[in-house]
Design a protein around this ligand. Sequence first.
Ligand code: XMP
Length: 589
Amino acid sequence: MDKIAILDFGSQFAHLLANRIRRLGVYSEIIDADTKAVDLKDYKGIIISGSPASVNAPDSPKADPKIYELGIPILGVCYGHQLTMKTLGGEVRKGSVGEYGLTKFTVQKNTGVLSKLEQKTYQVYASHFDSVGKLPEGFEALGSTPDDQFSATANEERRIYTLQFHPEVTHTECGMQILESFVEITGANRDWSIDKFIELELDSITKKVGDKKVFMLVSGGVDSSVAYVLLAKALGPERIYAMYVDTGFMRKNESEEIKKFLKTAGVTDLHVEYAAEEYFMALKNVYEPEQKRKIIGDKFLEIQRRVAQELNLNPDEWLLGQGTIYPDTIESGGTKNADKIKTHHNRVPEIEEMIRQGKIIEPIKELYKDEVRMVGRKLGLPDEMVDRHPFPGPGLAVRCLCAEVAESCSAEVEAEGYKTNVLPIQSVGVQGDERTYRHPAILEGDHDWEKLRKLSPQITNKYSEINRVMFAASGPITSISVTPSYLTEERIATLQEADQLVMDFIRETDKEGLVWQCPTVLLPISINAEGKESIVIRPVSSTEAMTANFTELPWDGVQRLAEKLMQLPNISAVFYDITNKPPGTIEWE
Ligand code: XMP
């Protein structure tokens, strides 16, 4: 099979490039950024991807400069664009303004990778601070944005192309056409497909597992179910022991539903381990989000080991199976140059060590959610299961924010026509490939989607202390205080009730299926009272979770929902999250 190499410099989007190239029917392989040029000579094309680093920093990661002499078509993206320019003799400098988010890209010359585009302006997604100040010899500009005259460049003779923006994210409206042109320039055969993936993966599972067996942690979600079905197809269900851990952080009544779903996936002998008490105990007085994640991830492993021991399973004869998908790895900082956004439950350090020892099998670890769903459908899983909204392994534990004290914020946020407040708590976000931990701002005033859609990114771009914006859905705010709280059964019970109301509302309202996922979040924030809490509704549209837009649901319906939520015990306000990803993540934690 012909292959295109993606040099990985740690961008959140590096593997999205691989996903897009696979969508175009070409096998793409993620390769360490420092791989020697000689080891890349058999690839049909090379894409140099983005990075959280700056090319001018002394210890920034570099590619082998000899790759430019291989004669293979090269596409540099974001950091890859800057690195190519600098390596070949151009200049990269700190831009006076960075570009984060959507910008307007005007095509000046529609040749090379832009040959499928017209000479007009397209919406593209950019995320960078540095920019190119001078082109290397032999290069010309093919297009520009208002803040960057060298947004797309080419050396046609050497078949080297570079882009400052990200063609791989769905927000770049001409992205797939650009990547398709690059694929054509490489001349690679388009012989990759989901069927091919399944065929190769079944073969690789059989080889990797050998005569061992697999202890599989299943959750009833799409990923672990698809991973289970692949393993069962390759090895036979009798060689897999499936266990579902009820952490106490599932949705209301979900454990029962999950058992039913797992039966349809072919898991008939399911071991259910009830562990809620143990989880709540381990999380007592824990406030910091990463610490919560680590405790939850470690506990999964501890329980799995304990059960395996009780069953007298010989550890040498068993591998641990997980339904890890690509964003889990990248967000956990699991590739060489990636920043850690958050530790997914299946990427705690002990699991990383087991991976190094070859004790873990993860059949879909290279895939994104959209591809996992395609594999699930091909393997015959019912739509009802394949189309389930994603749900994080640590469950409602991540969506139940904890705070010990108020965290004050100095930013005085101004937004035209709206009253604004900043909350004295922080939550995780992602910007320019890096983790952020910052405050949410709340807007009050007339509800107008058009204005709010513009204001939200303006606020997060302008105020560096703010990474989320919300609209107040339940009345005026006169006072705000923090209610110190950690994870308790009462709080999770309240969140379960709220989540059920929200999910019922989404099912009734979202007939077109715009909502990809809708976390409901409990905040230890008390409005106009002392000792109460608040609810956040966060509906998002996405295709693979690396980027997302907040969904604009009918506002009268949202207000009725907010009234119902306000009736729950101890709830003092309801907010509607109007942040895209980036700068917010989909989950709140
Ligand atoms: P964020 O919040 O980073 O989430 O935008 C991206 C996607 O990943 C899901 N998510 C998880 N899935 N284990 C999982 O299996 C986890 O620990 C985890 N944390 C976040 C999230 O729901 C979203 O779909």
